[in-house]
Ligand binder design. Structure first.
Ligand SMILES: [Zn+2]
Length: 396
């Protein structure tokens, strides 16, 4: 499939038109934003090797928070070009809540602490690098020793998120990492499925927690480690480990640290048998990295992308947007307005480890509440994949 054929088919599927229908051409600047041409044109990345919002043309034009492609599609529908609606059962837009389980708890087991220490103190680039790693890593590592517990309690983190979702009657996508990680970075997560924890007041293993999340009706996916963005074999090994823990296949994924390389990662994900990715967003800001909130099969890998619209860390972290709760709710509220008006999808990422901060829980409840009040279809990434495939098959 050529680039032009792909773009024509993409617009056809978004508009819900049957095979062979006349399709309006996607304007060039929107096609470039969708296909991430700017991420190929410049090799500049941030200190973590990520493409950040400040590099993007949409940011420079003041359009980072505008789903330009969705608005263009909504205009085409209004002009009579639309067919089958995007979302099921008369819903005008959709909400997908997800969780990256980076930290299970604010406490760590002795083994987890030892892994953190090893990663922090692992030098990079010879003697100088090792000395610098020691100087930077030692104080943090020593301080973290105070957080050691034999079986860290998940009540304020994982259990809290599960309870909020049960109360609101929604299912989410939960992304877990596995250990060991091949060539782990200092940014990687350090829990193992066999590690002990305290879940619902009883001693359990992390593997039992992962299975309990799936049994509660949530979608469990892989949170591929930092190096797997560029290492297909490691990504496949992590997926296989999570599948052994879960006892079923894993289709959903999001790369840890949003470490995603435009010409490498989607291919590695597809080759590993993953089918839906939620990585395409920013660490430093809310926004529409590909100009759309809508799902789309990435080209040429075919893996279904669910663009990440907004996450807690990007809104609140000093150095990212650094907002307070009121401003964060306002900014996300404006995005919900635009997404609802254009019939898009709000992808909201909440880190369970951050739920000990009351403003993160309030944000989560308010955003979900606003979307439900406005009639959003709420779905896991796996449910969106199933819906997308059914709808695309019907359209031919
Ligand atoms: Zn992560």
């Amino acid at each position: 499939m050529t680039r032009e054929e792909y773009l024509r088919d993409m617009v056809r599927l978004w508009l819900g038109l049957p095979a062979g229908a006349e399709v309006p051409p996607l304007p060039d600047h929107l096609a470039a934003r969708l296909l991430r041409d700017e991420e190929r044109a410049s090799h500049h990345r941030d200190q973590w090797g990520c493409w950040e919002f400040g590099f993007s043309d949409a940011h420079h034009r003041g359009a980072l928070l505008v789903p330009e492609i969705d608005q263009w599609l909504a205009d085409r529908r209004a002009a009579g070009c639309g067919g089958t609606p995007m979302w099921p059962d008369g819903h005008g837009f959709a909400l997908a809540v997800s969780h990256d389980v980076d930290d299970l708890s604010h406490h760590v087991t002795p083994a987890q602490w030892a892994r953190v220490a090893r990663l922090r103190l692992a030098g990079r680039g010879g003697v100088k690098g090792r000395l610098r790693a020691l100087a930077e890593g030692l104080p943090v590592t020593a301080w973290q020793a105070l957080a050691i517990r034999p079986a860290p309690d998940l009540a304020a983190t994982v259990e809290r998120a599960l309870d909020i979702e049960a109360e609101l009657g929604i299912a989410a996508s939960w992304f877990f990492t596995v250990w060991p990680i091949s060539h782990a970075s200092p940014y990687d997560c350090t829990y193992d499925p066999d590690d002990p924890c305290t879940f619902r007041g009883r001693r359990a293993t992390v593997a039992e927690v992962i299975r309990a999340v799936a049994q509660a009706g949530h979608d469990v996916g892989l949170h591929g480690s930092y190096p797997t963005a560029a290492d297909g074999d490691a990504l496949a090994a992590e997926k296989a480990r999570l599948e052994r823990v879960l006892g079923r296949t894993v289709a959903s994924t999001r790369q840890h640290w949003l470490h995603w390389l435009v010409d490498e990662t989607p291919g590695h994900q597809a080759a590993a048998g993953l089918m839906i990715d939620g990585t395409l967003g920013f660490n430093g800001s809310a926004g529409f990295r590909a100009g759309t909130s809508l799902p789309f099969p990435s080209w040429p890998s075919g893996i279904l992308e669910i663009p990440l619209t907004v996450m807690d860390a990007a809104l609140f972290r000093p150095g990212a947007m650094g907002l307070d709760l009121d401003l964060a709710v306002t900014v996300v509220g404006q995005m919900i307005e635009r997404i609802a008006a254009a019939g898009g999808l709000l992808s909201l990422l909440i880190h369970p480890g951050q739920l000990t901060d009351p403003k993160v829980e309030t944000l989560m409840r308010r955003v979900i509440g606003q979307c439900l009040d406005r009639g959003a279809w709420t779905a896991t990434h796996a449910a969106i994949l199933a819906h997308w495939n059914r709808r695309a098959a019907r359209l031919g």
